[in-house]
Design a protein around this ligand. Structure first.
Ligand code: F6R
Length: 259
């Protein structure tokens, strides 16, 4: 399902509606969280609804997609710190509601196996939020990652290191070269996937993911295999889609489209 909206705030509201629907079905739903700039409008809207008393996250369990290797939980650039700042604090969660891979684990391979186990023990992820890299990555599954990959140690491409340098005072030297990431196979097991992308820089990746060939060279193309995916894109990220008129028409004429 492709939802094209004017701006990130509208997309944030749409995604939060989807989260609220899952929680209405199951108050202890399991939600997968992404980091980076793309999901921020979703986290802002979640926090707004929690403060307004219209969204109850008190029984929800959360799992992160990925974490840098070598950064402790209290490192300001760790994904744990990002999610504490953008979700746990603003949404008034108990920190124990969020599980993040430990980037400082003595045995990263065992850490990844334990993480898979923890997701299974929670009953699987009901709804997984995703961003997309300029090279089409999801999580830190870089191009040519297997569609069957599981949570594991991954290397980051130069493109990803450079893109993420903005979070490290623009110093690419400080960006870790390794991460722990849910695999594409892990991500595809979530009950529902919601990918959010904004800005013209994401337009080629969005076009390849939605309309391109199914190929491990574009990890997000694997989402074409999932029965319940909602792509939330703004006008800019959607600007290279060839079938945009069709996507808009689908949304107009199919009842409940995107939900
Ligand atoms: C984040 C993640 C990455 C980002 C992607 C886009 O947990 O796994 O796949 O979603 O790199 O990042 P932004 O949103 O910062 O452009």
């Amino acid at each position: 399902m492709r939802i094209i909206q004017d701006d990130g705030e509208a997309l944030g509201r749409f995604a939060t509606d989807l989260i609220a629907e899952r929680i209405a079905d199951r108050p202890d739903a399991v939600i997968g969280l992404a980091t980076g700039s793309s999901p921020i409008p979703i986290y802002v809207e979640m926090a707004r609804r929690v403060a307004a008393g219209t969204l109850d996250l008190s029984s929800v369990r959360f799992f992160a997609l990925d974490e840098y290797v070598g950064l402790a939980a209290d490192h300001p650039m760790s994904y744990r710190a990002f999610l504490d700042d953008h979700v746990v604090g603003p949404c008034n969660l108990d920190p124990a509601q969020l599980t993040v891979l430990n980037g400082k684990a003595a045995d990263p391979v065992a850490e990844c196996a334990d993480y898979e186990q923890a997701i299974s023990a929670a009953g699987g992820i009901d709804l997984q939020l995703l961003g997309i890299g300029h090279n089409g990555h999801i999580g830190f599954n870089e191009p040519t990652s297997s569609f069957a990959s599981r949570t594991r140690v991954v290397a980051l491409t130069h493109q990803t290191v450079d893109a993420n340098a903005r979070f490290f005072d623009d110093d690419a030297e400080d960006v870790p070269l390794l991460a722990l990431s849910q695999g594409i196979g892990t991500i595809l097991e979530a009950g529902r996937l919601v990918l959010i992308a904004t800005g013209a820089g994401k337009a080629p990746a969005i076009r390849s993911a939605i309309e391109g060939e199914l190929t491990s060279s574009v990890p997000a193309s694997a989402l074409q295999l999932h029965p319940k995916v909602t792509f939330l894109v703004d006008e800019f990220a959607g600007s290279m889609l060839a079938r945009v008129d069709f996507y808009r028409r689908e949304r107009q004429i199919i009842p409940g489209y995107g939900h």
